[in-house]
Design a protein around this ligand. Sequence first.
Ligand code: HEM
Ligand code: HEM
Length: 123
Amino acid sequence: MSPVSRRWIYVAIVYFCLAVSLGVFMGTSGDHRLMSVHAHLNLLGWVTLTLVGIIYHYFPKAAASRLASLQFWLHNLTLPVMMVALTLVITGTPQAGPVLGGAAMVMLLAVLLFAGNVFWRRA
Ligand code: HEM
Ligand code: HEM
């Protein structure tokens, strides 16, 4: 497996540990307010990063491009900001709403970069 795919999968595993820890906290405390943080840490973190890592394995040209690197940093710098902002909004700090919205837009950009990169460099 290429270093690019490995990098996505290593970070995915970190999100997996964080998301499952939060799941266990929610389950044991009975406080499910952060369900959406848990769900998106799992799905935008663990699941998405693992899938991107596996997909880049099968699209080595796309994986080697600078777009892939840009996508990696956009996704992984944005997701923590998005999750902290979501936590703040859920726990009663609505002022974090615009940060959450901005982070969601950047995340969408990272997803579109991924889509474009794989379609344009699929050979
Ligand atoms: C030990 C592992 C896990 C524990 C203890 C756990 C615990 C929980 C709890 C307590 C909730 C809130 C349920 C509710 O309030 O209705 C929840 C929701 C959720 N979890 Fe987990 N979880 C675990 C692993 C995972 C994994 C691995 C994924 C995905 C890959 C996942 C995805 C979700 C999703 C999507 C929801 C939201 C479900 C909905 O919309 O009703 N969880 N989890
Ligand atoms: C920029 C990316 C994303 C944004 C802005 C976003 C936004 C949202 C919003 C606003 C909700 C409703 C939350 C609520 O009613 O409290 C939601 C729920 C959900 N989303 Fe996402 N989402 C994103 C990515 C994803 C991805 C990639 C997946 C799956 C691979 C996913 C799976 C889910 C699931 C399972 C739920 C229901 C559980 C929950 O309420 O947290 N989302 N999302």
